[in-house]
Design a protein around this ligand. Structure first.
Ligand code: 5GP
Ligand code: MN
Ligand code: MN
Length: 326
C-alpha cells in the first residue's frame, strides 16, 4: 500500500548518509522544489546531499532561489555513484537524461512520483497518480520521518504544489490542508507565485507577440473539436530564457474553442528537433505524447519530435485522431 511504501521510504531515508536527489530533465517547480525540500531535510539530519538533473547545465533562474543550502550540483561534479539515489517526479529513468545510468549504479534507489506511467524502477517506490504533485508525496514522507518544517523546506513543497495544481485549481481539500501547514511554516505564497510563475523579463513581450501572431486554430482537428497551436522558432527562443519559452503554452491553452493546445519549441542546440508541450481538456494527450516516445499526464504531456514544423503538426493531428477521449 501507499502508506507502507511511505513508511519504507522514511526508513530508507532515516539511515541515509550519502544521497543524490535527481529531478527530470528541464526541471519544473515540482521536480526541483520537491528535490530541494527533501535534500534540505536530509542535509539537516547530517547526510551528505546533492541535488541535480540531466539538462540543461543550470537550474532555471526562477527556481534557483529554492536552493537555500547550495545543494544544486552540476552533473559533471557528481560522484561516480551514491549509496542512495532518490528520483522525484520522474516516471522512467530515460527522463533523467544523461543521468539515467545512475539508477543501475546506486546502492539503493527510491522513486517518488505521481505519473500514471511510472515503471516502478526503484527498490522502493512511492508512486501515486492521484497525488496532484510529487511534492505532496515528499511532504508525506517528511511527516513520516518526523521532519519539522522550516520555511525553505515548506517553500520548495509549496512551489511544487502551486504549479502542478495550476494555482490550486486542481487541489483536493487534503492538499489545501497541507498548504495551510506550509503557510504556517512561513511560506509567503504571493512571493513564491510572483517569482516562479508571474514575473517575466521585458523581452518576453516581443517574443510572445511574434509567436502568437502565427498561432493557429483548427476548429475540427481534435476528433471534431478545436486544436490550437503555436510555434517557437530558435530565433525567437534565443531572445529569452528557457522559462519564458516554457510559459507560452500557458497562454495558448486559454483558447476557449480548443480541446487541445500544443506549443512546438524548436531545440536551440538541434533545430531539426522540437520539444512539444500538450494540454487538453477532452482528449488524453499522454497517449499522443507516448506515440512519439514521450509521456506525462492525461491533461498535460510532452514529447520530442524531429522534422519540420509542418511535419510535426501533421504527426500530431494523426495521433490526436487515435487518442482516447477523457
Ligand atoms: P511540459 O509541457 O510542461 O514540458 O510537460 C508537461 C508534462 O509532460 C509534464 O508532466 C512532463 O513531465 C511531461 N513531459 C514533457 N516532456 C516529456 C517527455 O519528453 N517525456 C515524458 N515521458 N514526459 C514528458
Ligand atoms: Mn514535472
Ligand atoms: Mn509533477
Amino acid at each position: 500500500t501507499l502508506a507502507q511504501d511511505i513508511r519504507d521510504a522514511a526508513a530508507l531515508l532515516a539511515s541515509a548518509t550519502d544521497v543524490t536527489v535527481l529531478g527530470h530533465v528541464r526541471p519544473d517547480a515540482d521536480a526541483l522544489g520537491s528535490a530541494l525540500a527533501l535534500g534540505r531535510a536530509l542535509h539537516q539530519r547530517g547526510a551528505r546531499v546533492r541535488v541535480s538533473f540531466g539538462e540543461p547545465d543550470e537550474a532555471p533562474e526562477t527556481l534557483r532561489w529554492l536552493d537555500e543550502d547550495g545543494l544544486l550540483t552540476h552533473p559533471d561534479d557528481l560522484p561516480d555513484s551514491e549509496a542512495l539515489l532518490v528520483c522525484v517526479d520522474t516516471p522512467v529513468p530515460k527522463r533523467l537524461g544523461r543521468l539515467a545510468g545512475r539508477v543501475e549504479l546506486a546502492g539503493a534507489v527510491l522513486v517518488i512520483d505521481h505519473h500514471a506511467t511510472n515503471t516502478f524502477y526503484g527498490g522502493c517506490n512511492v508512486v501515486d497518480e492521484s497525488a496532484e504533485a510529487s511534492a505532496i508525496l515528499v511532504f508525506r514522507i517528511l511527516d513520516a520521518l518526523g521532519v519539522e518544517l522550516d520555511e525553505p523546506i515548506a517553500r520548495g513543497i509549496y512551489a511544487g504544489i502551486v504549479t502542478d495544481t495550476s494555482g490550486f485549481r486542481r487541489a483536493s481539500p487534503e492538499t489545501h490542508r497541507m498548504a495551510a501547514r506550509l503557510l504556517e511554516a512561513g511560506v509567503d505564497p504571493e512571493k513564491v507565485v510572483r517569482r516562479i510563475v508571474d514575473e517575466r523579463p521585458f523581452e518576453w513581450l516581443p517574443m510572445l507577440s511574434s509567436v502568437l501572431r502565427e498561432a493557429s486554430l483548427e476548429p475540427e482537428a481534435a476528433q471534431g473539436r478545436g486544436f490550437v497551436h503555436a510555434v517557437v522558432r530558435v530565433d525567437e527562443a534565443r531572445t529569452v530564457r528557457g522559462e519564458e519559452v516554457e510559459s507560452v503554452i500557458d497562454v495558448v491553452r486559454s483558447v476557449r474553442e480548443a480541446a487541445v493546445a500544443a506549443v512546438l519549441k524548436q531545440d536551440v542546440t538541434n533545430p531539426a528537433q522540437w520539444q512539444i508541450s500538450l494540454r487538453s481538456i477532452g482528449i488524453d494527450v499522454s497517449a499522443v505524447a507516448a506515440e512519439f516516445g514521450g509521456g506525462g499526464h492525461r491533461q498535460a504531456a510532452g514529447c520530442t519530435i524531429a522534422g519540420t514544423a509542418e511535419e510535426v503538426l501533421a504527426g500530431l493531428r494523426e495521433a490526436l485522431e487515435r487518442a482516447p477521449l477523457l
